[in-house]
Design a protein around this ligand. Sequence first.
Ligand code: 5GP
Ligand code: ZN
Length: 119
Amino acid sequence: MAGEPQADCLFCKIVAGTVPATVVRETGTTVAFRDINPQAPTHILIIPKVHYPDAASLTAAEPGIAADLLREAGEIAAEEKIDGHGYRVVFNTGAGAGQTVFHAHAHLLGGRGLEWPPG
Ligand code: 5GP
Ligand code: ZN
């Protein structure tokens, strides 16, 4: 069924607690944890508890949960105090854009200057 946990999905395992992560916040629909290979002083992944392969399929099926990810991004940015200087929220979608984990996730990046356009 759409949204059900996938046995071979790393982020479903983090949601289930069978793979450890440094969780910074959890809601009824989302989990946020520190990226294992941070690309900025603050680099947090915000994921839905339900499994969809990318942001587009999540939003098509569960728009309210997609909104939850964005709300969490803003609230965590304030908690982490990266909102004053500015931060970036990124959804890599597809292997050609650098997506390596096919469970929808937002990258929250900040704490340093961020160039535009990104590579
Ligand atoms: P993507 O490349 O799919 O947009 O993002 C996947 C992110 O997951 C990468 O930034 C990568 O560093 C992170 N990541 C991969 N495996 C783990 C893990 O086991 N734990 C945590 N906390 N992050 C991970
Ligand atoms: Zn998953």
